[in-house]
Write a protein that binds this ligand. Structure first.
Ligand SMILES: Nc1ncnc2c1ncn2[C@@H]1O[C@H](COP(=O)(O)OP(=O)(O)OP(=O)(O)O)[C@@H](O)[C@H]1O
Length: 755
């Protein structure tokens, strides 16, 4: 295209995109007006109004988000048809809803992502816009279907992956690659496992798949919501803006430590303990621990009644216990059965003793009367009540698990490994969370008292509503026609009562996160290699439809309880009915850094192929040996150097070093990094899933030696950088890292320019 032709087309594209923004503004004004109208709505019940307001506000927010990069490309078909592709769809209401702009998720937009020179999908040309704010700066074209032409032109992709990183992850709608698009739009509704090395876009793909599923199954998904599970609060924060930027909000973000409502746990157990707790074998321990809390008295317990004293002994309690267990109900729900049986058996003994010499069972009526009297007395018997509580206590997951850990006797009785002992029972760790979740089911809830109270409340409300109806009838003549109609339509006082009951006005994400029994329409599991068998069990419970996108990389696994293969982890829930896809291109780490990380990978996981970097950056990663006393100054140099550059940076050091934050906690300034809060020192575990423009890895040999999965931790640390990697080491450099360029001490006054 000649310069003049290009300029002419650019002018036309700018005009078209400007017109799209005008249309967007008009739609926004309408959405805003609808939102304000919903707020002022008086004809609806409070619950209906709340729903209406939420729906309108979501629509307004969706249009607001679309403002940023509204239209990013254009497709020209062989047929001569032209489509513009963007974040949302905009349609011509006056012309049969012809699209002005196609939503990236619409089927017709698919060729934009997958068409290549070799398989043009009936397309002639793909055009990508480079925009700033609302303005199209320029565009690049690819002519499709001409043999010999290069594949997809990567100018837009390279610009995106080279751009300095800012606050958190960005969406990739403008540059989704064909191998990613195939996964995002995959029709399979069951379990999908996506594996790929560091930086291959697993997280990005999983999040865009969520947006796609919400688009294609909007009705079902927005009722149930989607759960995204990530490795740490820091990671969830990092990815938190991607879905809102795609206009999606019905998504709950949790770590496995947050799965039980009311708890938010980040502490970890030592690897061996985590492995024990993470194995499905722990289920037998939990069963036995619950059974161990259903006891019989060691010595007979005297029960003193007005006329007689009888004994509650082991035989009697055991009979009641067997009866309660036979019910198959969870512990707390079987409790009333146990109590009822003990009372009945004690009452029988008491009646037999009181009636000794004058009353036999043949005198049925008199026996029954006396038994009823004795039962009344037993029900009010406080000491017996306390004994029954001790024999079959009401338990919560916490009051079962905490005392279990604190008692070597209880651990032994439950067949547990003594390594599970801990002095503070309630010092919960992330490995305890699925156990607490399991126990919630095993223990159940004795809600008989609540049910009686709820029935009473419902009766009171119905009574109140009946009173209202009476008043309405009395005032008939004074009511205007509309109200009369409403009144006539009220068939039952119960219906009216229901309208007085306060509606739950929290949005879906809040309701779902607070409800252990909530079941989601789809679950995304990120860094899935870290999850234990027990974590999977807790997650599967939350999605009975087994609709999962699972993304991970077995080579990056650090948890001793994590997965070593996907099949065995999934088999108990879906057999072999799951799909597997692989991502192979690294969009984060430049080739120079990946070569170093790849050498390490070849040592600890020789069968795994490192992903291929999409670009090189022309800068060799470096290393420098420092003495103990030099380390703080060398870190300072890095911090100072990076402070003068655009983008983000981090110092990753071995865990356990003073100033290192613990796994999962938000990074805070600490240790050597105190002088620049932009450069916190975090352990490799906390860096999982994150990325930074520049990374300084400290003491790699100590990271390697730091635990059974030290090599995987170092691999994670090395692959966080998008541009620059430096390594400071006090011990000799691990053999795998000898590919790093050796750097001398920088001149104090200047910047190190090796980076
Ligand atoms: N198609 C794309 N266009 C632009 N950027 C992309 C694309 N795919 C991935 N990226 C970018 O590559 C980086 C790595 O992506 P992501 O974090 O999803 O990788 P990952 O496979 O989850 O990595 P890890 O296993 O290390 O956590 C992100 O900055 C992401 O935005």
């Amino acid at each position: 295209m000649s310069n003049q032709g290009y300029d002419e087309e650019l002018r036309e594209e700018r005009a078209y995109v400007a017109a799209l923004y005008e249309r967007l503004d008009r739609e926004r004004a309408v959405a805003q007006a609808r939102y304000h109208g919903a707020l002022g709505q008086t004809a609806l019940t409070p619950g209906e109004r709340e729903t209406d307001v939420r729906c309108r506000s979501r629509e307004a927010a969706r249009l607001d988000f679309a403002d940023n990069g509204l239209c990013f490309g254009r497709l020209d078909a062989l047929s001569g048809e032209t489509s513009y592709i963007g974040r949302i769809g905009l349609f011509d209401a006056e012309n049969d809803y012809e699209p002005f702009l196609l939503d990236w998720r619409a089927p017709a937009a698919r060729p934009f992502y997958v068409a290549t020179a070799a398989t043009p999908e009936n397309m002639r040309r793909r055009r990508q816009f480079h925009t700033m704010g609302r303005r199209v700066l320029d565009f690049t074209d690819e002519v499709l279907g001409r043999p010999g032409d290069a594949g997809r032109g990567d100018a837009a992709l390279l610009a995106a992956v080279n751009a300095p990183r800012g606050e958190g992850m960005r969406d990739i709608v403008a540059t989704i690659q064909a191998e990613q698009d195939e996964i995002i739009r995959l029709g399979h509704s069951g379990v999908l496992v996506v594996e790929g090395g560091p930086g291959t876009g697993k997280t990005a793909v999983a999040l865009h798949r969520v947006a796609y599923l919400l688009y294609t199954h909007r009705e079902r998904m927005s009722r149930t919501g989607v759960l995204v599970v990530g490795p740490s609060p820091l990671f969830l924060d990092h990815i938190g803006r991607v879905l809102p930027s795609l206009g999606e909000s019905d998504v709950v973000f949790l770590t496995t430590g947050d799965l039980v409502p009311g708890l938010s746990v980040t502490a970890e157990d030592p690897p061996e303990v985590a492995r024990l707790k993470g194995s499905l074998k722990i289920l037998d321990v939990l069963d036995a621990a619950v059974a161990d809390r259903q006891r019989v008295p060691g010595e007979p317990v005297p029960v003193e009644l007005g006329d007689v004293t009888v004994e509650l002994d082991a035989g009697l309690a055991d009979e009641a216990r067997r009866e309660a267990r036979r019910s198959g109900l969870p512990h707390n729900e079987a409790r009333p059965i146990f109590r009822k049986h003990v009372l009945a058996l004690v009452a029988e003994r008491a009646v037999a003793k009181i009636g000794e010499g004058w009353l036999t069972r043949e005198d049925r009526g008199a026996w029954a009367d006396l038994r009823a009297d004795v039962l009344d007395e037993l029900r009010e018997h406080e000491e017996l009540d306390a004994t029954l509580d001790a024999l079959w206590p009401e338990l919560t997951p916490e009051t079962l698990l905490g005392p279990l850990y604190m008692s070597p006797r209880r651990l032994e009785a439950a067949g547990a490994d003594p390594a599970l002992f801990r002095a503070d029972g309630s010092a919960w760790t992330v490995s305890d969370v699925p156990l607490l979740d399991e126990l919630a089911g095993l223990l159940g809830r004795d809600d008989s008292a609540e049910r009686v109270a709820a029935r009473r409340r419902a009766e009171e409300e119905a009574e109140y509503a009946a009173g209202v109806m009476d008043v309405m009838k009395l005032d008939r003549e004074e009511l205007d026609e509309d109200v009369m109609l409403v009144a006539e339509n009220l068939l039952h006082a119960e219906d009216l009562a229901e309208r007085f009951v306060e509606r739950d006005t929290r949005d879906l994400a809040e309701r779902a996160a607070a409800d252990r029994d909530w079941t989601y329409g789809h679950v995304v599991v990120d860094e899935a290699q870290e999850l234990s068998e027990m974590d999977w069990r807790a997650l599967m419970r939350r999605c009975p439809s087994r609709s999962f996108t699972i993304v991970g990389d077995l080579a990056q696994r650090r948890s001793a309880a994590g997965a070593t293969a996907w099949g065995p982890v999934l088999a108990p829930y879906v057999g072999d009915r799951w799909q597997y896809r692989e991502l192979t291109v690294n969009y984060r780490t430049p080739a120079e850094i990946m070569t170093v990380a790849g050498a390490l990978l070849a040592q600890f996981a020789p069968d795994v192929r490192p992903p291929e970097s999409v670009r090189a950056c022309g800068v060799r990663p470096w290393s420098r040996r420092v003495a103990d006393g030099e380390l703080p100054g060398a870190i300072d140099d890095f911090v100072r150097d990076e402070a003068g550059r655009e983008g983000t940076s981090v110092v990753i050091g071995p865990p356990g070093v003073p100033g290192t934050v613990t796994t999962g906690a938000a990074p805070r300034a600490g240790g050597f990094a105190t002088r620049n809060p932009r450069n916190p020192w975090i352990p490799p575990s906390a860096a999982k899933g994150l990325e930074f423009d520049a990374v300084l890895v400290v003491d790699p040999a100590r990271i390697l030696a730091g635990g059974p999965r030290g090599a995987a931790e170092l691999y994670v640390a090395l692959t966080r950088a998008t541009q620059r990697l430096g390594v400071l080491h006090r011990d000799p450099l691990p053999a795998a890292l000898t590919g790093l360029a050796e750097a001398g001490a920088p001149a104090r006054a200047g910047h190190r320019r090796l980076l």
